[in-house]
Design a protein around this ligand. Structure first.
Ligand code: F0G
Length: 476
């Protein structure tokens, strides 16, 4: 833990109720997650003193990346002027952020684009984008003197919280739907020493339970309903734009589950625009899996009505998906908590919400692999979604596009091996065991091949593979 040590430019900051007709305010030191008056979500609202010129702010952020101080080097705390944490705070960091932006020519070709960049948040310390939010949430938990940290999770939030709680020396309990999260994610939480609580039910049941637990004053809730999580995650927008030399891409595409990530990116882009660090917002598109797509359903209804592009007329309710289904278990969520913030950001930017099918996700994931990058299934919804948006002419072939990859390929190795071996069982529509017909037959399978332990046999096999090789775009 280190001290920030730099004066902040922030003048004042509050937690504010998202509902415009309520707009209740709470101090940053209140341990609160939804508005006490009306139950709506909260967000942090900062008023900044005009910085001494945006160039100096940018230069300072760039200089910090080369510093020896872990807080300066962190891809989150480097942007601390825009975070609602006081200068005297003890920062809980694992050197999060500083994640790469890759050019992905095969993925670009597959999607019908001249160029595609992948911002890989799976290169964070615990292998997912959650770390950017968790460093801030756990730092806030230390400030508040929390005794126990809790979260509900499809696996990545849990792994991240478990790691940061361990760094801070605070007890931690994670609630996960039993049998529905990847073994690799569960393994992380066990190793970081969290109480791993397997719940009968799905993610949405776990989410309801942790909100009940969080009524206890000694328990601190670290899901993205906590606005401090969103504050950390918004720095991904800052780092991405810094990597893009402050030229906003035309489109940024992200997966949607509980919808904290898209909310955070939207907030980050909006703050950069407000500070004059970018000239326009990128269009923010959110992609959901067909079987777990409550926001896409709501968005489709808005399109059908006239309110589609009016961010001030966000509906009061979202219809939950009762039994969400997808093999991309990270986003198997039917009742997302941050849908209002996410939808507002999407509409303000002129982006869209769309769905992709299980085969589309699986094939897109394999193509991202062929770029030498790799990601977990939920992340691949981005490439599948971009491909659809290009076909629909929402994205032009020459547009600048960034796909946000949210998790590392090793987060879900079972999915990968089943895909390549042709044994990936589709989520069954009935309650029974999946039938053989329900197995996904991927277009880019690359199973292991048995070969005799002889030089000639190996060379012949490699020769056969060479002849089979076809450019990805031609096969897609
Ligand atoms: N991608 C990955 C790899 C995720 O783990 C998640 C969410 C998402 C995308 C969706 O992001 O929820 O902010 O819209 N995982 C949560 C978890 C729910 O518990 O790990 P979101």
């Amino acid at each position: 833990m280190n001290e920030i040590g730099t004066p902040l430019l922030r003048q004042s900051a509050v937690q504010r109720c998202l509902a415009p007709e309520c707009a209740a305010q709470y101090s940053l030191r209140e341990r609160i997650y939804v508005c006490r008056r009306c139950g709506s979500p909260l967000e942090i609202d900062c008023a900044w003193k005009a910085p001494a010129g945006d160039l100096s702010l940018r230069e300072q952020w760039e200089a910090r990346a080369a510093s020896d101080d872990p807080v300066d080097r962190s891809g989150v705390w480097r942007y601390r002027e825009l975070l609602p944490i006081p200068a005297e705070a003890q920062i809980v960091t694992l050197s999060e952020g500083n994640t790469p932006v890759y050019d992905a020519p095969r993925s670009a070709e597959y999607a019908g684009l001249a160029r595609l960049r992948l911002k890989h948040l799976g290169c964070n310390p615990t292998g997912s984008f959650k770390d950017a939010g968790m460093t801030v949430a756990v730092t806030q938990a230390v400030l508040l003197g929390a005794r126990t940290l809790v979260c509900a999770s499809t696996g990545n939030t849990a792994a991240s919280l478990a790691a940061y709680a361990a760094r801070a020396g605070i007890a931690c309990a994670i609630l996960v739907p039993r049998g529905q999260i990847s073994a690799a994610k569960l393994a992380q939480s066990m190793d970081y020493g969290a109480a791993v609580l397997e719940i009968e039910g799905n993610f949405d049941d776990s989410m309801r339970l942790v909100q009940e637990l969080a009524a206890d004053p000694e328990i601190y809730l670290a899901n993205s309903i906590n606005p401090f999580r969103i504050e950390g995650q918004k720095t991904v927008a800052f780092e991405l734009l810094q990597q893009c030399k402050w030229l906003a891409p035309d489109h940024v595409v992200v997966p949607g589950g509980n919808l904290g990530n898209s909310s955070a990116l939207a907030k980050g882009f909006a703050e950069l625009l407000r500070l004059g660090l970018i000239r326009r917002l990128p269009k923010l598109h959110v992609v959901q899996a067909e079987g777990a797509a409550p926001l896409a359903h709501l968005y489709a209804e808005l399109i059908a009505s006239k309110t589609r592009r009016d961010p001030s007329s966000i509906p009061r309710r979202i219809a939950p998906v009762e039994h969400p289904q997808t093999l991309a278990t990270a986003i198997k969520i039917g009742a997302p908590v941050s849908w209002q913030k996410s939808l507002r950001g999407i509409l303000e930017s002129g982006g869209q919400v769309l769905t992709v099918s299980e085969p589309e996700i699986a094939d897109a994931k394999a193509i991202i692999g062929r770029d030498g990058v790799g990601c977990e299934p939920a992340s691949a919804t981005t490439l599948a979604g971009i491909r659809k948006l290009v076909v629909g002419k929402v994205i032009g072939a020459e547009d600048s596009v960034v796909a946000v990859l949210t998790g590392h390929i090793l987060k879900d190795p079972d999915y990968v091996t089943h895909y390549h071996q042709g044994t990936l069982a589709l989520p069954s529509r009935s309650k029974g065991e999946p039938q053989p017909a329900d197995t996904l037959s991927g277009s880019f399978r690359n199973p292991p091949e048995r070969v005799a332990p002889a030089r000639e046999a190996i060379l012949a096999l490699l020769d056969k593979r060479q002849k089979r090789a076809v450019p990805s775009g031609a096969r897609g």
